[in-house]
Ligand binder design. Structure first.
Ligand code: G3H
Ligand code: 13P
Ligand code: ZN
Length: 323
């Protein structure tokens, strides 16, 4: 067993408490490789923001669990050496079983999500509580989920998502003991969130549901998944340099800023980073077809990702200067 404190990581408890008081949200950025991690750490150190490094089950399989553990430890050291240490959380994104959550806790994760949102309510309660009981013995924080976001691959519009039922949240939080709750209020995963015609704007988030949830569980940390904004200029760049992405739209930054000022303490962003990396690499390949040193295209991708994350921290989440 490697406990997260040995790696210099922190859990989400104090970060969420401060975010709630200060009316901002902590960025939760996914990573699978070195360049993504470098970009996240550089952006958050420069903006003095706490950060949640998110690892999905797929990322864990892709990058190798042992390597990830030491990469996270390395990130803590790099932040320290920069002269401004920031609080860093290593978090399991969308954990789907007790065994996976347990394995992460035993290998240095300081926070885990157990996503039982697709299960019948009572089964979700049971699975989530099982994870919480184990996690809390190790001082690891747990994120649960109620309500279903539209799928990652499906081009499902938000109307087909199953919103969180506010009447369930109090019972769920009390019976499971979770530390934070992911909810469904109209966001969805992936790059194809909303199909909009030119000139149209995507449907607004259901702030009425969020407010009702805040009324029922005051001061409880809420998490927003599927919060990429799918910047049009990045999609345009991808297509300009040989890509072929369909018209798409994400969650507006204005709506995310409003959410960050509410009980939403954690905002998950992955797809925007994927798009930024793709655009930067395509640009190099298009402009310099004779280039074959990976540093010459992964480097620009990393720089572009860092700028994107800095923008998110300062202009969307408001977590700058909070570390
Ligand atoms: O919500 C899912 C995250 O974007 C992670 O995606 O499972 O493809 O790593 P992934
Ligand atoms: P996006 O696909 O909108 O970036 O959402 C990521 C996410 O929710 C990770 O859990
Ligand atoms: Zn998610």
């Amino acid at each position: 067993m490697v406990h997260y404190k040995e790696l210099g990581l922190v859990n989400t408890k104090e970060l969420f408490h401060k975010a709630m008081q200060g009316r901002y949200a902590i960025p939760a950025f996914n990573f699978n490789n070195l360049e993504q991690l470098q970009a996240i750490i550089a952006a958050c150190v420069e903006t003095k923001s706490p950060v949640i490094l998110q690892v999905s089950k797929g990322a864990r399989q892709y990058a190798n669990q042992t390597l990830l553990q030491y990469m996270a430890q390395g990130a803590v050291e790099v932040a320290k050496q920069s002269g401004h240490a920031i609080p860093i959380v290593l978090h399991l994104d969308h954990g789907d079983s007790f065994e996976l959550a347990k394995s992460c806790i035993e290998t240095g994760f300081s926070s885990v999500m157990i996503d039982g949102s697709h299960l019948p309510y009572e089964e979700n309660v049971k699975l989530t509580k099982q994870v919480v009981d184990f996690a809390h013995r190790h001082d690891v924080t747990v994120e649960g989920e109620l309500g279903v976001l539209a799928g990652i691959e499906d081009e499902v519009s938000s109307e087909h998502a199953h919103y969180t039922r506010p009447e369930e949240v109090e019972d769920f939080v009390k019976r499971t003991g979770v530390d934070s709750l992911a909810i469904s209020i109209g966001t969805s995963h992936g790059a194809f969130k909303f199909k909009v015609k030119p000139g149209e704007t995507p449907p607004p988030l259901r702030f009425d549901i969020l407010e009702e949830i805040e009324r029922r569980i005051p001061g409880f940390p809420i998490v927003l998944h599927g919060a990429s904004s799918i910047p049009q200029h990045i999609v345009d760049d991808i297509n300009k340099y040989g890509g072929r992405l369909e018209d798409t739209a994400g969650v507006s930054e204005e709506q995310l800023r409003r959410a960050a000022k509410s009980a939403v303490c954690k905002i998950n962003i992955d797809s925007d980073g994927r798009l930024a990396v793709t655009a930067a690499i395509r640009k190099v390949f298009y402009e310099k077809p004779d280039e074959f040193d990976p540093r010459k295209y992964l480097g620009p991708a990393r720089d572009s990702l860092k700028e994107l994350y800095k923008h998110k921290v300062v202009h969307v989440l408001g977590s700058n200067d909070k570390a």
